[in-house]
Design a protein around this ligand. Structure first.
Ligand code: IPE
Ligand code: MG
Length: 230
């Protein structure tokens, strides 16, 4: 979700106004995804690197996160949305950690859209914490080194129980992954757009979905093989 700051700057507004407008985009798209029966939506809200921003912006972002949870969780729950937060949450203010835990608990049994918020998340962090947990099990003797394979390893990652993402969208013109779901994106279709996140409306999202629908996903096979089996 990139481009909040530039959106604000274009309007001679403080950066924070861009983040507020970005939150509106989140609200609209979550509603749309729920309606369209999209299974999982993962949003990169705050990266492990975003702490490097000016302290004022960081604390305003934390505050925005808290208010969003306070205001939206009941509505999400009513719409059968399951909320989940991934990332090193112990770095967040206590109050925020509590709200997150409460929201996850409240919505845990919901069966509609799974909304994953990546907060203080980094793809390398995810892989490292997985390796740590795995190593611990080997140390304790509950896991055999010989039993290790990709599938096993995946079980220790944050999104182990969810399907790998079909589509990755980055707004704001940059064409890089910026330490998002590194392991999980191995076969994901990538979509980059210059649209700034606060301007990324339903039509823009539909355009991304349309682009996705035109891709042939070969997973290493040839196009001819796929056509034969179609
Ligand atoms: C992304 O928008 C939002 C967060 C990282 C929270 P930016 O704040 O990176 O917006 P630009 O890149 O300055 O336009
Ligand atoms: Mg940015």
């Amino acid at each position: 979700m990139d481009g909040n700051g530039r959106w604000a700057k274009k309007r001679f507004l403080p950066r924070f106004a861009g983040h507020q407008a970005g939150l509106e985009t989140v609200r609209r798209l979550v509603k749309y995804c729920a309606q369209e029966n999209i299974e999982v939506l993962t949003l990169f809200a705050f990266s492990s690197e975003n702490w490097r921003r000016p302290q004022e912006e960081v604390s305003l972002l934390m505050q925005l996160f808290i208010t969003a949870l306070q205001r939206e969780v009941q509505k999400l729950h009513k719409n059968n949305v399951k909320l989940r937060v991934i990332g090193a949450r112990e770095a967040f203010p206590n109050q925020l950690q509590e709200y997150i835990a409460q929201a996850e608990q409240l919505t845990a049994q919901n069966t509609g859209l799974t909304l994953v918020i990546a907060a203080n998340y980094g793809g390398r962090w995810d892989i490292t914490q997985a390796a740590q947990r795995m190593a611990r099990e080997i140390q304790q003797g509950t896991l055999q080194v010989e039993a290790l394979n990709e599938q096993q390893f995946t079980q220790y990652l944050c999104l182990a129980d969810l399907p790998e993402p079909d589509l990755f969208i980055r707004t704001g013109g940059e064409q890089r992954v910026s330490n998002f779901l590194l392991w999980q994106l191995a076969y994901t279709e990538m979509y980059f757009t210059d649209t700034l996140w606060p301007d990324f409306d339903q039509a823009a999202f539909q355009q991304a979905l349309h682009s996705f629908s035109t891709r042939q996903r070969r997973f290493g096979r040839t196009g001819e093989q796929l056509e034969k089996n179609a």
